[in-house]
Design a protein around this ligand. Structure first.
Ligand code: KG4
Ligand code: ZN
Length: 378
């Protein structure tokens, strides 16, 4: 079915239309980065208001450019900023209701997970081999998942504190570099010495696969202050800044990839993927290629334009959910702000409590929409 995708979970208003084979017919984005830049991060209220203004004309433009009538609507329900999510969710629900179209409320992370399978050059979406081992690293999330051919996923490990993208943004902010920090750190790090500054790589005793970035972030910011660096202008950044950022970026990539060997050995994936804004990072992409080479597993990365938030991935995740038989009642959908995840014990208790407590599929997310009784943790 030709699917309209809507994404408003954070600071990008995004609309896309995919045909039934997952080909991108339309892919539009209204970025709010400029509106938030002077605050050094995303301001939730401002994000909601910007979405309200940007979304209706963007949908109009998308419908005009589509090759035919839209037959289904997919929208991000969470996790994200609640006000921002509600703008997209209510719009999508009203749109689907008024045209009697099926509505799919999609988890933002399930969207990132399918982004590597999309083609920006007009090809159909690639099939997903099972099992796929997938890293999602963005401004709000860093976790590894195992994904099957129908797009069902299970989280294997995650960060216990900050997300990788947030770590890039905070260290860049400490240097006075513009928001978002990831792309500028990536550019400056390419000419720095990765071994110049020693930075910690903490592991967690009781969860050896989980990741941690807060100690690393604090150490990098302490270094900025003790050396008296900043405010830095990108064009004029000298070797001291470049060396620090190269060392910092290497440590972030080390932390993201720390569980990878053990996960590959345990899950024997047919494919390795990475998605989310940080998957645009050049050093991470290089190290993922090395990892795949070492284990003789193919690595598939999204085109850089689809690593950050977009609606094509939401439309595609909606198509896969529809193929699994999911639908949502436009009158009963609601946004959720945190990642949906249940520890194994809680999941068994929900299953025992009956199907009413397990909307959609097993609730170990990210493609399990939230509903009554489907609480959250993690
Ligand atoms: O996926 P995304 O657009 O939004 C969230 O869902 O959070 O990710 C945005 C994050 C920001 O923290 C940004 O600094 C980071 O992705 N990012 C990068 C790069 N490009 C974007 N981090 C490292 N290297 C990059 N090249
Ligand atoms: Zn995202």
């Amino acid at each position: 079915m030709r699917t309209l995708g809507i994404e408003t979970s954070c600071d990008e208003t995004a609309v896309a239309i995919l045909d039934e084979a997952g080909r991108l017919e339309v892919h539009l984005l209204a970025s709010q980065v400029d509106a938030h830049r002077e605050f050094g991060g995303v301001v939730p209220e401002l994000a909601s208001r910007e979405h309200l203004v940007a979304l209706p004309p963007l949908v109009d433009r998308a419908l005009q450019k589509a090759s035919g009538p839209v037959e289904a609507v997919a929208v991000t329900g969470g996790p994200g900023l609640v006000g921002a999510l509600l703008v997209g969710l209510r719009f999508a629900a009203a749109f689907a209701w008024s045209r009697s179209l099926p509505l799919l409320v999609v988890d933002h992370l399930a969207g990132h997970l399918v982004s590597p399978f999309l083609d920006l050059d007009g090809g159909s979406a690639r099939p997903m081999p099972s099992p796929t081992l997938a890293l999602v690293a963005s401004g709000g999330h860093s976790a590894w998942y195992v994904v099957d051919e129908e797009g069902r996923s299970r989280r294997l490990c995650r960060t216990r504190d900050d997300a990788a993208g947030e770590t890039f943004d905070k260290v860049a902010q400490a240097l006075g570099l513009p928001y978002p920090g990831g792309p500028v750190v990536d550019r400056l790090a390419t000419t720095g010495d990765r071994a110049a500054v020693e930075l910690p790589r903490a592991r967690i005793d009781d969860a050896p696969l989980d990741m941690s970035f807060s100690g690393l972030k604090a150490a990098a910011i302490r270094h900025v202050r003790s050396v008296g660096l900043g405010p830095v202008n990108e064009a004029a950044a000298g070797p001291v800044v470049r060396d620090l950022l190269a060392s910092f970026q290497e440590a972030v990539v080390d932390q993201l990839l720390a569980p990878a060997d053990a996960l590959v050995t345990a899950h024997h994936p047919r494919l390795l993927t990475a998605s989310g804004g940080v998957a645009a990072n050049s050093r991470l992409r290089e190290r993922l290629a090395e990892l795949g080479g070492r284990h003789a597993v193919e690595v598939l990365l999204p085109p850089p334009a689809l690593t950050t938030d977009n609606a094509a991935m939401i439309a595609r995740a909606g198509q896969l959910a529809m193929a699994r038989g999911e639908r949502h009642d436009p009158r009963r959908v609601d946004a959720w702000t945190r990642e949906v995840w249940h520890p194994p014990g809680m999941r068994r208790r929900l299953e025992a409590a009956g199907p009413g407590n397990m909307p959609g599929r097993a609730a170990d997310a990210p493609n399990a929409p939230r509903g009554p009784g489907n609480g959250e943790a993690g």
